[in-house]
Design a protein around this ligand. Structure first.
Ligand code: ATP
Length: 591
């Protein structure tokens, strides 16, 4: 594997071009000029995504007894988005370029250096004119004539046909205002002055119903989580589960991102894989178990325990999710960032961002938040339908508490409410009413939410797998070969099957037989064209971990090798002679 650190921009360009060339990812609607922030997955990308989706689904629900799956719709009653806070607060602060009206996320503007230039207006020979102040940054090192040409072009583009030819636009009243060394007030592309920050709601609006009036407005879901909360009671009542348990879901989400960027990393349509893991409030754990386990570094997280409160459960899920990333080959490119008290939303108790090293920087792959009872309580309040569960064990344990013990629990909670740094403390009367319900065995479950993005995961896996090697052919010519070193578990094609020569019907027939043997069990690719080295290289580029070659020995040229094949491993180039009857088991053990 190459050991020098590649140039990140060149690396990303190579990845984007490989993705298109080999059918992993294409720009959406490309023949019509694309569709900003939307990407389609080609044949190899679709397989890769499916493998990741299945690995997540298996780890989160099939392999466990305490998590159930859900498949809810993208469209929901808009009241859900009001209750969740998305209608009022799901916004990014954005700024608009005064020259081109292009928007940019306020926190995505990089500092620029140059000279601030101002014009009093512009006019064209055909009579078209504008008479407003135009402020643009002339970038450090930009020649004044190129700068003027650029401004004319931008004004021309914005004015459309009315202004005539851009090069004939006359700029009026040019002035140098000041030299800046690190200003974040200019658009990253146009360098036009940016307006004030304004909130911009990221939800995509649509209409549900035939009249298409404001009364029919709803939203494409910006996250899958809310459907889980909205269906919490149905799942709970229909599945004979007890808290703690989880509900998970995979599905599309949509956000009208102000600045989609970094390939699929920030898209407007993407897929999320979310778990809502419902737990008892700590007070209920304390009543039932007599104590709440305290988190200490290195505490045993291997088996969930009845005395775990939110903190242990949160730590457990962080550890579980890291194990998952390890299992798909991403373990060594991950870091975690524990949000500070200032970063946290008022209802959140803790949130960890699992970060991944992408060529363009270290960025969030997944967030794991301890969200308290906020979500279910909001839906209880807005829908008027109880989201409480009844817990017999809790009721029985609470019945054994003395009035003093009960009062001590209440006092502890009141003290915690009064020392809250963010959000309003719960009034004493509400605290007492809450405990009254709790002592009878009723509570709204709290939640731990690991929320991952499938597209970001696919991009992380592709970026991690991307490698280049230089090969020298028989004639001494060097060639750079791209290899995608996918973990076999996620690789889109598991095995290439190659007859040594395509013009030998016996070889072809045997290779087809091997292909038919493997195909029902894994995604295989049959290839008989070009030299065997070229065929290996094609599969290396697709990230296929194994290649099976059928040669004359397979047909019995050396009798002791009859019905054996050569299996080549992508990463080590090691070759193994394996009997066809053992082949499927050999491969399956390595996938
Ligand atoms: P960011 O800060 O990067 O915008 P976020 O904190 O808003 O992300 P969440 O709302 O926590 O993200 O969503 C959970 C996960 O969904 C993210 O960790 C990410 O993997 C994925 N995700 C969110 N927004 C996008 C997007 N626009 N494109 C692709 N994936 C996304």
């Amino acid at each position: 594997m190459s050991d020098t650190k590649p140039d990140p921009i060149a690396q990303m360009e190579k990845i984007v071009s490989l993705c298109k060339r080999r059918g992993f990812i294409y720009p959406s609607s490309e023949i019509y000029g694309g569709c900003g922030g939307v990407w389609d997955y080609g044949p190899l990308g679709a397989e890769l995504k499916r493998n990741l989706r299945e690995a997540w689904w298996r780890a989160m629900t099939r392999d466990r007894e305490d998590i159930l799956g859900l498949d809810a719709c993208i469209l929901m009653n808009p009241a859900i988005w009001k209750a969740s806070g998305h209608v009022d607060t799901f916004a990014d602060m954005m700024r608009e370029c005064s020259l081109t009206n292009k928007r940019v996320r306020a926190d995505h503007v990089e500092a620029q250096a140059g000279t601030v230039m101002q014009f009093t207006g512009a006019r064209a020979a055909n009579g078209w004119s504008i008479s407003r102040q135009i402020t643009v940054l002339m970038k450090q090192g930009e020649h004044i004539e190129s700068f003027r040409k650029r401004v004319r072009a931008l004004i021309g583009q914005n004015a459309g046909a009315a202004a005539g030819k851009a090069e004939e636009i006359e700029l009026l009243g040019e002035q140098k205002i000041e030299v800046v060394t690190a200003s974040v007030d200019f658009h990253p592309e146009s360098c036009g002055l940016l307006g004030e920050s304004r909130p911009f709601n990221l939800m995509l609006r649509t209409y549900l119903g035939p009249t298409a009036t404001e009364a029919d407005v709803t939203y494409l879901r910006p996250e899958t989580a809310q459907a889980i909360f909205a269906q919490f009671k149905n799942v709970f009542d229909s599945s004979r589960v007890k808290v703690p348990f989880g509900i998970c879901q995979i599905g599309k989400a949509f956000r009208n991102e102000v600045t989609p960027k970094n390939f699929t990393f920030r898209s407007r349509e993407f897929e999320q894989m979310e778990l809502e893991f419902f737990i008892k409030p700590d007070e209920a754990v304390e009543i039932i178990s007599g104590e709440v386990a305290k988190w200490t570094d290195g505490a045993d997280l291997s088996e969930p325990q009845p005395n775990w409160g939110w903190e242990m459960w949160h730590q457990y899920w962080v550890a579980e999710r890291k194990k998952f990333y390890q299992s798909i080959g991403l373990g060594d490119v991950l870091k975690d960032y524990w949000q500070t008290k200032d970063d946290l939303a008022h209802y959140a108790r803790a949130c960890v961002d699992i970060l991944c090293e992408f060529p363009f920087g270290t960025e969030e792959l997944e967030g794991i938040a301890a969200r308290g009872e906020f979500d279910l309580s909001q839906h209880q309040k807005h829908s008027g339908k109880t989201q409480e569960v009844f817990d017999e064990d809790l009721k029985n344990a609470a019945a054994k508490l003395t009035p003093e013990q009960k009062e001590a629990l209440i006092q502890k909670r009141l003290a915690a409410e009064n020392s809250k740094v963010k959000g309003e403390p719960m009034p004493e009367a509400d605290v007492r009413a809450w405990f009254e319900r709790l002592f009878k065995g009723n509570y709204v479950p709290h939640v731990i939410e690991p929320s991952a993005g499938l597209d970001r995961m696919a991009l992380a896996v592709i970026a991690k797998a991307f490698d280049e090697t230089v090969k020298i052919d028989d004639k001494g010519k060097s060639e750079t070969i791209t290899v995608l070193r996918f973990h076999p578990r996620v690789a889109p094609i598991k095995c290439g099957v190659f007859p040594l020569l395509k013009n030998k019907p016996e070889l072809v027939a045997k290779a087809r037989e091997v292909y038919a043997l493997l195909k029902p069990h894994m995604n295989c690719f049959y290839d008989e064209t070009a030299s065997i080295g070229r065929r290996y290289a094609r599969q290396d580029e697709a990230g296929t971990p194994f290649g099976v070659t059928i040669d004359f020995d397979t047909l019995g040229e050396k009798p002791e090798l009859l019905n054996t094949v050569t299996v080549r491993e992508r990463d080590s180039n090691a070759q193994h002679r394996i009997s066809i009857s053992d082949l499927l088991g050999w491969l399956q053990a390595r996938l």
